[in-house]
Design a protein around this ligand. Sequence first.
Ligand code: GLU
Length: 417
Amino acid sequence: MTGIFQKTIKQASQAARLINLDKKLIKRLITPQRVVSKKVIIKLDSGGNKTFSAYRVQFNNARGPYKGGIRFHPQVNLDEIKTLAFLMAIKCAVVGIPMGGAKGGVQLNPKELSFNELERLSRAWVRAFKNYLGPHQDVPAPDVYTNPQIMSWMADEYSRLVGKKTLAAFTGKPLTEGGSEGRELATGQGGIYILNEAVKKLGLKLKGVTMAVQGFGNVGYGLAQLAYQAGYKIIGLSDSQGGIMALNGKNMDPLKVMETKKEHGQIHACYCLGTVCDCVNYKKITNDELLKLKADILVLAALENQITGGNVNQVKAKIILELANGGIDPIVDGILKKRGVLVLPDVLANAGGVTVSYFEWRQNLKNEHWPESAVFAKLKKIMTDSFNEVWQTMEKYQATPRQAALMVGIKRITEAM
Ligand code: GLU
């Protein structure tokens, strides 16, 4: 029983038993409704063909059309996609949006494909799965290494196949192609709303609370910027190559770190404001060191499985915001609880992304365009209400926050079933 799907399902079944769910219903809840595996073939620029393994798992649609991202990554496999599809169903239920859960993927390193090859692959994926897609059936979105450009190709291919412009078939599209205001920042913004509530509950003063962020892509960088603007003190930042930490009570503006990264090709050891660099109060750190920094808040915004049995006891943060799906190995949740670390689990922490996807879908269906202020006002209410619901459940059952989120999600899904 080592696979991530088995571990996740075991944890969900435990949560389901805490709310006295019937065994037969648990069995249905943890069984995917449809698993589709395909081989997708594209023409390479060099003239030859290449075949890729591609997947879509539609886990549960009791609450609405299937919803969830498509990832392009070398490690994509069915066990992982099944897990993430299940977590999408839970996530949509936790934030109360009327969508089910799905996930898709292609096993590849997107950095090895040219722009044109990537377009051919994106369109080929849609052709392979077209019978299972559609605004009222299954609505994909971006995930790891997929982006608005890819969603735009996919929506275009789908529209071509069905013979009419169907914007609501995909979300996370560019603004000019029916995307929603606020979608790019939505995951980070949703995370900040959750974090602000948690900080209040723990009685911490927001100004000066220290934060380390692992991951400097769209989600991690977005969150770090919003957190800096809100008054959190950024003392550590890292990407897949390594990172930078601030010493002697110093702070960092993520925008400046990004500017210097662009110039040097990786996060620089010094903190620079234009050409003036401070190399005394800042130093280079590894990703592993970042996870163990003495920061009040640790944000996981990179890949899965970052906090495990191997490093859990060295984590010094009071709060972990799990923006990356599966950032924490579920088996260490209990240890973190015992050590007094508050985990804000993925299905709550990163649900801002799918929530604004849902707003995008609704806008497309009704041919509307909402201003960013309206998007964020609605998002804030949803995230804050969901946090409170999970918090109350956690206190009522003396559960971990992840168990509580699972209980909230499972209750809503099984009621709909
Ligand atoms: N890939 C994101 C997630 O894991 C967003 C999914 C969506 O917008 O449908 O939540």
